[in-house]
Ligand binder design. Structure first.
Ligand SMILES: *[C@@H]1O[C@H](CO)[C@@H](O)[C@H](O)[C@H]1NC(C)=O
Ligand SMILES: *[C@@H]1O[C@H](CO)[C@@H](O)[C@H](O)[C@H]1NC(C)=O
Ligand SMILES: *[C@@H]1O[C@H](CO)[C@@H](O)[C@H](O)[C@H]1NC(C)=O
Ligand SMILES: *[C@@H]1O[C@H](CO)[C@@H](O)[C@H](O)[C@H]1NC(C)=O
Ligand SMILES: *[C@@H]1O[C@H](CO)[C@@H](O)[C@H](O)[C@H]1NC(C)=O
Ligand SMILES: *[C@@H]1O[C@H](CO)[C@@H](O)[C@H](O)[C@H]1NC(C)=O
Length: 778
């Protein structure tokens, strides 16, 4: 007790002087909030809309054993209850779907066992080298709706040091949830959406809800056979790191474990890609979240010009994998919120468009109608500086997160708003394409989705692009003239990017349901699953009439639809055999193919900060299993880890017996892409020249002919036998070297541009006008 008090006093002194900082956490403790000269600390305790807080002194919280009351303005409701007696416990019965427990952490604290409804679920350790208050000691947001009891028993033994046996209770926060949200598929909405298909439902597709992401899954990429990387924005996520919420994480696809990542800057609405050496970059974002927008000073850095580096992390043990940022040497020339990033034929990243600060719809004032590259290049003398793109001026307003795909002739397809073009980046020339028919807008905030259809040597890699969903709402309208009930578009527009195809123009088809913010995911079979989104409204939150919670969209589409690009027109869409989800996936949701062959669906967060009212912040993950998941699948027994362009290598396979005699074997090289805001950047399927040798177990596979067909970098090989794919085998395409670095262009860019110029401009404006500006919130 005495020891505890001493440590507490010491810790408070250290905090008061701002010296609880280490270089590692300089962004978190001792951060000086705008408009203040005192170092402040971040307190994870937060009561989102739709939750209820119960203080340690609440009569609903029951204690057994020896507990002591402490009083301090640093505690929730000024009170905290603590024990250092082993075996003392606290229990609390609540109704809802989630529970969090908050308390102090420091060197005097130890471990405790957490029981949920009588079952031990976790041992938590509240020992910490740093003294911090209002920390999230335990959380679970994934409980079935109903009555639960949490019991936490002090077990002491923490870090094996003297005195570390303290357990605190400061507050519990209960996520109330609703009975119909979550656990069982909602029958009624299924019937509403697809009345004619109800009878056709067979158990062929599977749908499982398993795992929680800990940070909202706004951006996602598969980084290895075992992990996905998730980027969110700065907000009150439950996953905590060094005393503050995490806003990036690694998600284990097999165990569903999450590891928080250290990220300095605000990645809100960033883009991303792998480079040719397998390094992943996350690009752009938003300014510092200020207390005005989120009632908290998170201590983040300006992310508008950020390039965040995530080096290859291919082991199942991800302990050492983290994000590197240093804006003084690794950054963009200009601020970009909502940029699209695409890997091009030389293995570097093309960074397209965005706006210069956060806001709602793009406009001429905030537009950044340029392209830049990482590493920087010199094109027609640009010497590392951004290159103007008239297309991004002509497509205002609704042109953020352009849809872009590298084409087999080395040029770049781009769609924004109602328009499309092909960009020759080497010559800086645009070739405009016919306008998307019927006034449909396809980019944020009128977001549709797009894919490059699978490329095949059989037609000399003739590219075809498919755009689905979006809206016909006038993008000059202010938010208050748009409603969350305005219908979305059901149109899919498809064009072959050959001289003949361009002359014929866009071919139009209708999805069975209209969709705003759909995700389109390429399957190894060559089919596409269209999933997520809403039947009405637009992307974003907090902008339009009839918001639901803060959501600009309503009427979630809960049933995916399969699109078969090679089927005859009129027979391409089907939801046969698919189950409906009960989880709305609206703004800030994602879907991706996994190496396993199923579809991971996560996210949905049309909110400024974490919310638990309709439509809240969704941390639950769902897995859609195509029928092939349950069939006997081909197995890749031996595979090379790397393939050069045009190189022929052997894959050893174990093929299921083919009913028809000679099996139909296809080998497809896939980029699973980087998904955010319905843009599936870099998603790609390329059929490879392949033949099965007479031994029946060796397939000779020839790498893609060039970086135009498949930009050099990581990919996945699937062997598809009679329409049934193997799991994906990870492969490096090309020599695995990094993109060429033009030192002169890089140095010129660093010399001529400012670090984090948006924050810098705020400071100078503030000192000039003596007025505090707050960062863009959306
Ligand atoms: C805090 O840190 C600074 C810089 O390291 C040092 O000069 C100062 O004495 C420290 N203050 C306390 C109270 O430890
Ligand atoms: C759906 O509704 C039908 C008929 O109303 C019922 O028999 C079935 O059990 C329901 N299924 C689920 C998953 O609720
Ligand atoms: C960031 O880069 C600058 C310039 O190269 C360097 O001086 C500085 O030490 C770097 N900072 C960190 C934390 O790596
Ligand atoms: C342009 O967008 C910014 C950011 O949303 C906003 O602050 C500004 O008012 C807009 N300007 C016009 C002319 O609409
Ligand atoms: C850029 O340079 C290429 C030759 O390198 C030239 O063909 C092209 O016309 C130039 N484009 C512009 C816009 O200057
Ligand atoms: C890959 O290339 C990029 C860009 O030059 C570089 O930042 C990164 O460190 C490289 N990664 C590896 C693993 O060499």
């Amino acid at each position: 007790m005495i020891l505890y008090s001493l440590i507490l006093v010491q810790a408070l002194l250290v905090l008061a002087s701002g010296n609880a900082t280490s270089t590692r956490e300089s962004a978190w403790n001792g951060h000086i909030a705008p408009g203040s000269d005192k170092p402040s600390r971040f307190l994870p305790y937060y009561v989102p809309p739709g939750t209820k807080s119960y203080d340690s002194s609440s009569p609903f919280v029951h204690y057994t054993g020896t507990w002591i009351d402490s009083f301090s303005p640093a505690y929730v409701h000024n009170t905290l209850r603590w024990t250092e007696s082993i075996g003392s416990s606290v229990s609390f019965t609540f109704h809802g779907t989630g529970i969090e427990m908050f308390g102090n952490v420091d060197r005097s604290h130890g471990s405790s066992d957490v029981f949920m409804d009588g079952r031990k679920v976790k041992t938590v350790d509240s020992w910490s080298d740093y003294a911090r208050q209002q920390q999230r000691i335990f959380w679970d947001y994934n409980l079935p709706y109903g009555k639960h009891t949490i019991k936490v028993i002090n077990i002491g033994k923490g870090h094996g040091m003297m005195g570390n046996s303290v357990l605190d209770v400061d507050a519990f926060v209960v996520t109330k949830g609703t009975a119909d949200e979550g656990q069982t598929p909602v029958n009624a909405s299924l019937a509403l959406e697809t009345p004619s298909r109800r009878t056709l439902i067979s158990p062929e597709w599977t749908l499982q809800q398993k795992g929680v992401t800990g940070v909202a899954a706004m951006q996602l990429a598969i980084i290895s056979p075992s992990h996905a990387i998730i980027f969110d924005k700065v907000e009150h996520n439950p996953l905590t790191l060094d005393g503050h919420p995490a806003w990036a994480a690694l998600y284990n696809l097999k165990t569903h474990a999450v590891k928080p990542l250290t990220m300095q800057s605000n990645s809100f609405c960033a883009g991303g890609t792998f480079l040719s050496n397998g390094t992943f970059i996350n690009v752009g974002g938003n300014p510092v979240v200020s207390h005005k927008t989120s009632a908290a000073d998170f201590g983040d850095l300006d992310g508008l010009q950020a390039i965040r580096i995530f080096e290859p992390c291919n082991s199942e043990n991800v302990d050492k994998c983290d994000i590197y940022e240093n804006h003084s040497r690794v950054r963009m020339a200009t601020p970009r919120w909502y940029p699209t990033v695409v890997r091009i034929s030389d293995g570097s990243a093309m960074i397209i468009g965005g706006s210069k600060k956060g806001g709602w719809n793009n406009n001429a004032t905030v537009n950044n109608p340029t392209i830049e590259y990482w590493p920087p290049k010199s094109i027609n003398g640009s010497n590392g500086m951004p290159i103007h793109l008239p297309f991004l001026v002509d497509t205002l307003n609704s042109n953020l997160f352009p849809i872009a795909f590298a084409l087999p002739d080395g040029r770049m397809f781009m769609a924004a708003n109602r328009d499309a073009m092909i960009y020759d980046w080497q010559r800086n020339q645009e070739q405009r394409l016919p306008r998307i028919p019927n006034g449909v807008r396809v980019t944020y905030p009128m977001a549709g989705t797009g894919l490059l259809l699978p490329l095949s040597p059989q037609n000399d890699y003739a590219p075809e692009v498919l755009l689905c969903g979006g809206s016909t709402i006038d993008d000059q309208k202010p938010g208050y003239e748009i409603s969350s009930q305005d219908p979305a578009s059901s149109q899919c527009s498809r064009i072959a990017l050959t001289p003949k195809g361009i002359a014929e123009g866009w071919q139009v088809e209708q999805m069975p349901q209209a969709r705003m913010m759909p995700d389109a995911v390429l399957l190894p079979t060559g089919d596409i699953i269209i999933i997520n989104g809403a039947r009405t409204g637009i992307s974003g939150y907090g902008n339009v009439k009839d918001q639901v919670g803060m959501s600009n969209a309503d009427n979630p589409v809960l049933t995916p639809v399969l699109y078969k690009p090679s089927a005859p027109e009129g027979q391409r869409f089907s939801s046969q055999g698919m189950q409906s989800s009960s989880i709305p996936r609206l703004y800030h949701s994602v879907a991706t193919l996994t190496p396993n062959g199923d579809i991971m669906v996560a996210g949905s967060n049309p909110n400024l900060d974490r919310s638990e009212i309709k439509y809240g912040t969704e941390y639950r993950v769902e897995w859609f299993g195509p029928p092939y998941m349950k069939m006997k699948r081909p197995v890749i027994v031996g595979a090379p880890g790397k393939i050069l362009f045009g190189q022929t290598l052997k894959f050893i396979v174990n093929l299921p017996a083919s009913p028809k005699g000679a099996p139909d074997i296809k080998v497809v090289l896939m980029d699973l892409g980087f998904v955010t805001h319905t843009v599936h950047a870099n998603s790609r399927s390329v059929y490879l020249v392949a033949s099965l040798l007479d031994d029946g177990e060796t397939i000779e596979v020839t790498g893609p002919p060039s970086g135009n067909i498949y930009p050099p970098g990581p990919g996945w090989i699937f062997i598809v036998v009679d329409g049934v794919p193997s799991t994906g085998s990870e492969i490096m395409v090309g020599d695995g070297k990094g993109p060429k670095v033009d030192r002169a262009a890089l140095n010129n860019m660093l010399k001529k541009t400012k670090v984090d110029q948006y924050e810098a401009s705020k400071k100078s404006k503030k000192s000039k006008k003596g007025k505090k500006l707050h960062s863009g919130s959306k």
